[in-house]
Design a protein around this ligand. Structure first.
Ligand code: ZN
Length: 448
């Protein structure tokens, strides 16, 4: 295969603090040369002036529904959705059926993912056996397995038992693992459908108070502080959570956190006509919460953006609001939505957004080279994403590779397109409407 030369893109690489117009050559799956005015001899040239080249993104929180609900998503449809969103690595949550609570299950998933040649898969293991919240799962064995599990969570549910959560933190500390907390006190949130406040009263739906999240954020920060273990708080949604996180970081607690694109972009005011596409847990909060999350993302209090991609079958999602499941799909809309709403509107610099989609989440879940994050330098594995920040397009959930159609951004006119995703030197996603010649003439999985 001829070498590929991506010429003249703005290369933004948070792993090396690099931001400049450069040529990048790719050969045998790796970056072979980075520099200016690189030779075009015996190289296939991709003219990329005006485009942005970045390390492939990492989504540290997705639900792939495999095993158990392959009607909603499969490993293949989920990882196709990932590369179409620019993600060359994803961490999948263990709330599958059966739950990912042992070495054999996580190894099987990783093995199957490798056969697909799309994005790298790093399963998150269960904290407790069967996600039952009663006794610790075999975390040490999952860590030592071929799946190399680094992060553990009962996501979908919080660990209600504080003693058990403390033991989990003590245990992962021994081998340098990370506990991912889904912060929710179910005694405060039970039966809730939307944020507790104006909108829940207007719609006559039971509310989930901000406190349901903040009580658990506070508890888990205290437990992390006492045990010295690494804690990651996922899908934070309230200004109060951000305040607790900020204070904890100032005290030197080993805590990181993420927010989702939907909590950074939508508020409870966007919920219209009992449309269940907006039903998500934690719920969409107030515009004030959204502003605080944005501030925290910009100043680094929030380390990462994670999509919490959660596909559901239309039959289930289109029930009455009270009975519909929580969740939205997000991998294929994340970059354009964040670019349009945060970068274009001047609230976030593009290199910062890219950092929160690469280095930030990698640090939070403890992923290091060679697993993820070699950056764009000679010798690094060529896991890259090519972005067109000028391109305007309309998000069409029906054209998603994901089996999930429950996307609140369907129909949105956005700017910022993932033109190409390269994994191990191979083009695994290519936006066919791009209008430029495909550099390799390869058949790429692009439906619609
Ligand atoms: Zn969760």
């Amino acid at each position: 295969m001829a070498e590929l030369l991506i010429r003249g893109a703005r290369v933004i690489d948070p792993f090396q603090n690099l931001d400049g117009v450069l040529d990048v050559a790719i050969s045998r799956g790796r970056v072979s040369e980075v520099g200016r005015g690189l030779s075009t001899e015996s190289r296939e040239v991709l003219e990329a002036e005006g485009l942005v080249l970045a390390p492939g993104f990492l989504d540290m929180h997705v639900h792939l529904r495999d095993p158990g609900r392959e009607d909603e998503e499969t490993l293949e449809s989920g990882l196709k959705a990932a590369v179409r969103g620019g993600f060359t690595a994803v961490c999948c949550m263990p709330n599958t059926d059966p739950p990912l609570d042992n070495a054999a299950l996580v190894e099987d998933l990783v093995l199957r993912s490798r056969g697909l040649g799309l994005a790298d898969l790093f399963p998150v293991g269960c904290l407790t056996r069967g996600r039952e919240g009663k006794e610790l799962a075999e975390m040490g064995l999952m860590y030592a397995s071929a799946a190399r599990v680094r992060a553990f969570s009962d996501d979908g549910d919080a660990v209600a038992d504080s003693g058990l959560m403390r033991r989990a933190l003590q245990y992962v500390r021994k081998f340098g693992g990370v506990v991912i907390s889904h912060p929710e006190d179910v005694d405060l949130s039970r039966g809730g459908q939307v944020n507790e406040g104006r909108v829940s009263f207007t719609l006559g739906l039971r509310g989930i108070p901000a406190l349901a999240e903040e009580v658990m954020v506070a508890r888990d920060i205290l437990l992390a502080e006492e045990t010295g273990a690494r804690l990651h708080l996922t899908h934070l949604s309230t200004a109060g959570s951000v305040r607790l996180l900020r204070e904890a970081k100032e005290r030197g607690v080993r805590v990181t956190a993420d927010a989702t694109p939907h909590h950074l972009v939508l508020s409870e005011r966007d919920i219209r006509d009992y449309d269940t596409v907006y039903k998500v847990n934690p719920p969409l909060r107030t515009p004030e919460d959204v502003s605080e999350l944005r501030r925290a993302l910009a100043d680094g209090t929030l380390d990462a953006v994670a999509t919490d991609h959660a596909p559901h079958s239309p039959e289930e999602k289109e029930r009455e609001f009270d009975y519909a499941p929580f969740g939205m799909v997000g991998m294929e809309s994340a970059f354009p939505v964040l670019y349009t709403e945060l970068v274009e509107k001047g609230e976030l610099e593009l290199p910062v957004l890219i950092e929160r989609l690469t280095l930030g989440p990698a640090r939070a879940v403890g992923l290091e080279p060679p697993d993820y994050g070699e950056g764009i330098r000679a010798g690094a594995r060529a896991d890259l994403v090519l972005l067109d920040t000028a391109r305007e397009w309309v998000i069409d959930a029906h054209a998603f590779a994901s089996r999930g159609r429950n996307c609140p951004f369907h129909g949105w006119r956005v700017r910022g397109r993932v033109l190409m995703t390269i994994k191990g030197g191979k083009v695994v996603h290519y936006a066919t409407e791009w209008g430029r010649a495909h550099p390799r003439g390869e058949k790429v999985s692009e439906k619609a």
